[in-house]
Design a protein. Sequence first.
Length: 166
Amino acid sequence: MPIMPFPNVPLPLLLKALLLSVAIVAAVYDWRFRRIPNWVSLAGLLAGFGAQIFLKGVEGLVSAGEGLGLALLIYFPLYLLRGMGAGDVKLMAALGSIAGVLLSLVYGRLYSTLWNVMQIVKELAMFRAPYKNQPQVDLHHPGALRTPHGVIIAVTAVGLVLARIL
């Protein structure tokens, strides 16, 4: 059986509402202040676990934990490599707890990010810190292209919800 990029698993209305609420609030803060406050991520995390448990009991707890774990597995190394801010990692962990494992399957990036990932892999293969030879991958470098990642995450979350409606 082939792996489908969009699993045919409906996201309950409560989880859609939470996903959109947290993602949009984070996007507004990230766009305006270039940071995502901890209270947004914490509220999303608690709401995600609470809603998953409310809807599915122990199975919901497991799903929320898997989503959180998968988001951290993907995003935490990017933070360690200075390619992403801690707020983005915490936001994805919160959204992962809300959507379970679905959201992480849908997240996409642009060409420049793919290029940067290739550069990171190349540098790591040579046992070098990527941000030392590739300043554009260092989030803290003055010449680095900074984008409000929370906005990208919110757009993706909205796309996920709309894909389930159509």
